[in-house]
Design a protein around this ligand. Structure first.
Ligand code: NAI
Ligand code: MG
Length: 357
């Protein structure tokens, strides 16, 4: 297979971690007989410095021409004083919109080798954690109309509106069922159907889509309970699907229980076009350019890319296995360092993973 990948290293540690992820992708491609065609595009602060715009038109065009996009991170103190609409983050929001990315896949995976960094009880996490939150990204209360303020009974009153139509629910549900089919085939739909009409429609549509996926075991859970269950016993979940508001909160909760921001990948997917693959962490300006960054979140984002953009499951698994072996052998970057382990830099960590493919 030939894969057209658009690279957007971005700012801070972005270039260092993307370089390592590319080296690993090249190794996987060579090993499994694929070819990769790379293009490069500017986003965020580096794009502002070069063009004055955090998302130049050429960047959008380069992303659209690719099969998948790999992003490092954007932002940093250098651009913090710019007005909101010209800041690096605007580039990220803009590219998500331009590519029509309506689903955010956030695996919260704790390798058992790193269980010590996790603050849940050891008996809960001794075998690691492996949950994925699928969050709807373009609807819900963040975008619903009407929004505003008005005087009601003499009091200033503000309102937002939670809205989903059946098509929006159907497409995120299908995507989540598809993701569950690539994992343990268990899907938990999280809502607040005891209170919210939006959630009652959500549940009906998810039930209807479930008929297309007889192999997947579907359950429903109220969001308040889901927030508790995630810390009580995260491994009861395989894939969680939920709306934008609940997903915002639950995906961060699921990530933080793993205890290692430098380890977590993500994918944002749309309808048909290229998806965006990126680590969940930011540009880490405090360690940028020092060969200290952990490249594993970006390397694991490449594994997600192989799985979700190209259905190359063996190739994705080869990367995940290589990462696990490196951890088993005791190599650690600074952010996941423990006593008795071997401290390595960003380059070495990337090389170690590539060598084990
Ligand atoms: P951050 O995720 O960049 O850093 C938080 C802490 O985690 C820092 O101490 C950093 O050194 C460490 N860290 C993060 N990634 C690491 C890695 N791969 N290896 C080792 N250590 C790592 O978040 P922060 O400091 O809030 O934001 C810094 C900049 O990044 C800001 O300009 C922010 O706007 C931007 N940002 C960009 C995101 C993106 O591009 N998706 C997401 C979050 C923040
Ligand atoms: Mg959040």
């Amino acid at each position: 297979m030939n894969m057209k990948i658009c690279l957007m290293p971005g700012d801070g540690i972005g270039p260092e971690i993307v370089e390592q992820a590319v080296a690993v992708l090249d190794k996987v491609a060579a090993k499994f007989g694929h070819t990769v065609e790379y293009s490069n595009a500017l986003i965020g602060g580096v794009a502002i410095d070069a063009t004055g715009n955090p998302l130049p038109d050429e960047t959008v065009a380069a992303c659209k021409a690719a099969d998948a996009v790999l992003l490092g991170a954007v932002g940093g103190p250098k651009w913090d004083t710019l007005p909101g609409d010209r800041r690096p983050e605007k580039g990220l929001l803009g590219i998500r919109k331009a590519l029509g990315l309506f689903a955010n896949l956030r695996p919260a995976k704790l390798f058992p080798e790193l269980a010590q960094a996790c603050f849940l009880r050891p008996d809960i996490v001794k075998d690691g954690i492996d949950v994925m939150v699928v969050r709807e990204l373009t609807g819900c209360i963040y975008f619903g109309q009407p929004v505003g303020r008005e005087m009601r009974d003499g009091k200033m009153t503000a309102f937002n509106t939670m809205v989903y139509d059946e098509e929006e629910v159907r497409r995120i549900a299908r995507l989540a069922f598809d993701a569950a089919m690539k994992r343990e085939k268990r899907l938990c739909s999280v809502d607040k159907a005891n209170v919210l009409e939006v959630s009652r429609l959500w549940r009906e549509v998810v039930e209807e889509v479930a008929k297309e996926y007889p192999e997947v075991e579907l359950t429903h859970m109220y969001v308040d309970n889901a927030a508790m269950q995630l810390v009580r016993n995260p491994n009861q979940f395989d894939v969680i699907v939920t709306g934008n508001l609940f997903g915002d909160i639950l995906s961060d909760e699921a990530a933080v229980i793993t205890g290692s921001i430098g380890m977590l990948p993500s994918a944002s997917l749309g309808a048909g076009g290229p998806g965006l693959y990126e680590p969940i962490h930011g540009s880490a300006p405090d360690i940028a350019g020092q060969n200290k960054a952990n490249p594993l979140a970006t390397i694991l984002s490449v594994a997600m890319m192989l799985r979700y953009a190209f259905s190359l499951n063996d190739e994705a698994q080869a990367i995940e296995n290589a990462v696990q072996r490196v951890l088993q052998e005791g190599y650690r970057t600074g952010d996941i360092m423990e006593e008795g382990k071997s401290l390595v830099g960003c380059n070495t960590m990337g090389n170690l993973v590539a060598e084990r493919i």
